[in-house]
Write a protein that binds this ligand. Structure first.
Ligand SMILES: *Cc1c(COP(=O)(O)O)cnc(C)c1O
Length: 351
């Protein structure tokens, strides 16, 4: 606390990101991709001309947005990019959710959403999940200042299909619905094709997970021109150049190789299903997942103790110390070899 801070700073409750350890650990705690980015990314790095960094980047990142527009079969004006999807989300909260009515969000979802609510003074109402831990789309009433959820949801792993999202949009035409698709490439169904039908839909995504680029910080939003203009107004009132020259080239390279992309995500999906079976055999209850992580609870062993035990075996996973999630571990899907080490350690710990 400091008397020099603006008064609001005292009331913030910042997001706590998963640890980036300095020692060598098998890192299964922040849902990064275990495979390197597309080979074209390495080529960009080899050929990048350092002298170009003298110049500011393109403030509207037109080339990267063109690549995304082609990838998603939308127009340039329907794409927005930011320094990680966290930044895109922050700008979206500012652009759409500072309303007189509360923002609706699932009781268990990405824990950054309540952080943005506090930062922007946005009232929120959390909606319980269904009994089997799905986002309860039916329970989102239509008297709200906006709706946000991750689909597939984090850290629960379940995703709704496009039809269910369309039905929600039919019921809720008067406020913005933001669908955070950070994990969609691991088995979800994207809502992007719905943006032409529903001018109040924003779909966000990231290069951090399925494109193996958490370190470069690139995220995007796809929405009607009307909503993208709102985001652009906020962005240009905050930072004209969120995407640097190198990041823009790297993003374009990552999008240029769909077969490499498919190969990586298929591998992650295959490893995920094998991991689920192997963990189930060790006495874990594991939620079905359409993401690159599993949420698992052991029937007899305490999750907090397993977290510590795994760390002693050199394996870092995520344990959330909240009432709802205390009994669970969230485990990112690594390479097959990393998951072998995980299973070996669990065999030891769950005896
Ligand atoms: C990882 C994640 C993000 C943030 O992604 P960045 O692009 O790395 O900022 C956003 N939403 C959800 C649900 C995530 O899990």
């Amino acid at each position: 606390m400091s008397k020099y801070w603006s008064p609001q700073v005292h009331d913030l409750t910042p997001y706590v990101p998963g640890e980036q350890p300095r020692e060598q650990l098998i890192k299964l705690n922040t849902n990064e991709n275990p495979y390197p980015p597309a080979p074209a990314v390495e080529q960009v790095l080899r050929e990048f001309n350092a002298s170009d960094l003298r110049r500011y980047p393109d403030p509207s990142s037109t080339s990267l947005r063109e690549s995304l527009a082609t990838t998603f079969n939308v127009t340039l004006g329907e794409v927005f990019v930011g320094n990680g999807s966290d930044e895109v989300l922050a700008l979206a909260f500012q652009a759409f959710f500072r309303q007189n009515k509360p923002l609706l969000l699932p009781e268990i979802s990405y824990s950054f959403y309540p952080v943005y609510c506090r930062m922007y003074g946005i009232a929120s109402q959390s909606v319980p999940l269904t009994d089997d831990w799905q986002v309860d789309l039916e329970a989102f009433g239509n008297d709200n200042g906006g709706i946000i959820f991750a689909n597939p949801n984090a850290p629960t792993g379940h995703g709704h299909g496009r039809k269910a999202i369309a039905a929600l949009l039919e019921r809720n035409p008067h406020s913005v619905v933001l669908v955070d698709e950070a994990y969609v490439d691991f088995g979800g169904e994207s809502a992007v094709p719905l943006i032409h039908q529903y001018p109040n839909l924003v779909v966000t995504g990231t290069f951090s997970k399925s494109r193996s680029l958490a370190g470069i910080r690139l995220g995007y939003a796809v929405a009607s021109r009307e909503l993208i203009e709102g985001l652009e107004r906020i962005k240009d009132s905050f930072n004209s150049y969120p995407i640097d020259r190198l990041a823009e080239q790297i993003g374009i390279a990552a999008l240029s190789d769909p077969s490499y992309f498919d190969e990586c995500r298929t591998r992650v999906i295959t490893t995920r299903e094998q991991t689920r079976d192997r963990m189930a055999a060790l006495g874990f209850e594991i939620l079905p997942s359409q993401t690159n992580f599993v949420l698992a609870k052991h029937l007899t062993h305490d999750a907090g103790e397993l977290f510590i035990g795994l760390r002693e075996h050199g394996i870092l996973v995520r344990h959330f110390n909240t009432d709802a999630l205390r009994d669970y571990l969230r485990i990112s899907i690594g390479t097959d070899a990393e998951m072998d080490s995980l299973i070996e350690a669990l065999e030891c710990l769950c005896r």
